[in-house]
Ligand binder design. Structure first.
Ligand SMILES: Cc1cc2nc3c(=O)[nH]c(=O)nc-3n(C[C@H](O)[C@H](O)[C@H](O)COP(=O)(O)O)c2cc1C
Length: 168
């Protein structure tokens, strides 16, 4: 069994993306790390944010897990700002934290998106797929979810059940 972690990038720690992430976590046993509980500043060319929570977090992930599930809401047709900042900060690993960058190579990636619409705009997963390629990570699969009246629709639950089995 893989050692997976769900990285939650929502602006709402108990919102819809959390609800579907929790469903996934219950089925896989993979823990959720909530980016909202972390103090992670934007990428800075002078690495002025290098003492925030990013480096300890990426080191923990690279050392303790072999699969990252990026769980992001759809905000303005793309990933959340928090998730984008996390990806931008991976650049730190390519410049000042090369050992951690090397550890990402060979890890696996999957993506969970959550929007208000059951349809997802074309190309939504492209930045994840291309980042995985660039980092030498193996892109496993993705799943799009939505929540209706604070409930996960049956069809989404069925998709999540299948997704869970495929990323174990
Ligand atoms: C700033 C913002 C932008 C949004 N943009 C989109 C969008 O482009 N497409 C979409 O389907 N839903 C969009 N939504 C709706 C959210 O994706 C949806 O409500 C989702 O379930 C919210 O998840 P959360 O509770 O984890 O934030 C947007 C919501 C917000 C707050």
């Amino acid at each position: 069994m893989k050692k997976g972690v769900i990285l939650l990038g929502s602006s709402n720690s108990k919102g819809d993306t959390y609800a579907v992430s929790k469903y996934l976590s219950d089925r896989t046993g993979y823990p959720i790390i909530d980016l909202k509980t972390k103090n992670i500043g934007p990428f800075d060319y002078e690495f002025k944010n290098s003492h925030d929570d990013f480096l300890p977090l990426i080191k923990e992930i690279a050392n303790d897990f072999d699969l990252i599930i990026f769980a992001t809401p759809v905000y303005w047709y793309t990933m959340s700002g928090a998730m984008k900042i996390f990806f931008d900060r991976i650049s730190d690993c390519l410049k000042t934290e090369k050992e951690t960058g090397r550890k990402l190579r060979g890890m696996e990636m999957a993506v969970l998106s959550c929007g208000s619409d059951s349809e997802l705009v074309a190309g939504f997963y492209m930045p994840f797929v291309e980042s995985a390629k660039y980092l030498g990570m193996n892109y496993l699969r993705d799943i799009h979810c939505w929540v209706e009246d604070n409930k996960i629709p049956e069809v989404v639950k069925q998709d999540l059940d299948k997704f869970s089995r495929l990323i174990l």
